[in-house]
Design a protein around this ligand. Sequence first.
Ligand code: GTP
Ligand code: MG
Length: 363
Amino acid sequence: MKAGIVGLPNVGKSTLFNCLSNAKAQSANFPFCTIEPNLGVVNVPDPRLEKLEALVKPERVLPATVEIVDIAGLVRGASEGEGLGNQFLGNIRECHAIIHVLRCFDNDNIVHVDGSVDPIRDKETIDIELQLKDLETVEKRLEKVTRAAKAGDKKAAKEMELLNRIKETLQTGLSARSLQVNEEEKELLDSFQLLTAKPVLYVCNVDEKSAKNGNAYVEKVKEVVKNEDAEVIVLAVATEADITELESYEERQMFLEDIGLEEPGASKLIRAAYHLLNLQTYFTAGVKEVRAWTIHKGDTAPQAAGVIHTDFEKGFIRAEVIAYDDFITYGSEAKVKEAGKMRVEGKEYIVKDGDIMHFRFNV
Ligand SMILES: Nc1nc2c(ncn2[C@@H]2O[C@H](COP(=O)(O)OP(=O)(O)OP(=O)(O)O)[C@@H](O)[C@H]2O)c(=O)[nH]1
Ligand SMILES: [Mg+2]
């Protein structure tokens, strides 16, 4: 599961990527600096891990991770192949969620491909390209299923009906994600792998003085996306990239406080991306290792066990589960057990975010 950073050229995508990941991507003040996508595995900052570490005092701590891809900038006409558009759109298709970066800072020295700063226009430019590409995909698919539907194929008929609705949505300038669908249709929709059906969040790239409270551009963005049910994150990308370069934690913290932040906006963004991908965390907590494991929301206990090892899933017998809050309240596994707060759960158990788990299995 990975989230792709998308936007116009030269808006700060690679700079943002560098704030998030230790893999250093090339960033420079000219459009199309990035051609090949940069992939980074990013630790998910989680204050709960620090609390568990303080209680358990393990030899090591392993955070959850999420994959972030820095993709080349898209330009007007990308859907028709402009500016290597097809290749870049292909990179987006491989992602499961989109982090859409919008330039919300003035600076005459940083080239804007359209000559002026206007995040609303920029968002529309990107949206239109993605929608046009989806329209192409939908029309191709429609051609196929219409034939089958006419020949009496019931499943094809259903698909055709949904495709026509998607087509209408796209033609009115809306993204496929805005369409209301039921469970069955959702599955079909996912199978089309449309670019505009992917969940999205917006990053407003602001200057240092707007890091805390945003600015007029950010307000406009919030206004425009208010019906999209999407998160908007304000981030002073270049400033945070500079802060990331500082050696010590104390120094970084001092600079963050200087611009009015308690934690890096990048940390907030990583957590948001993790949720956008529909991921959640459970923990294992032993003296050797305290570790955060990534699962999908709705995963069962055996599925969660399978993330550690496939044998754990195949031979799953039961799980011993402690709710995160109980662990913190009682302070250790032994005390939780004493208080009768450790639960034994079976195959059907749906794991909750923050559960501390121990699996029993047969091999
Ligand atoms: N002043 C200012 N400059 C920024 C900010 N974010 C990025 N830049 C600068 O803008 C230029 C482009 O940044 P990149 O991160 O390379 O942009 P990109 O979106 O990856 O661009 P492409 O790969 O060409 O699509 C660099 O010179 C950055 O230093 C910002 O928040 N403020
Ligand atoms: Mg770049």
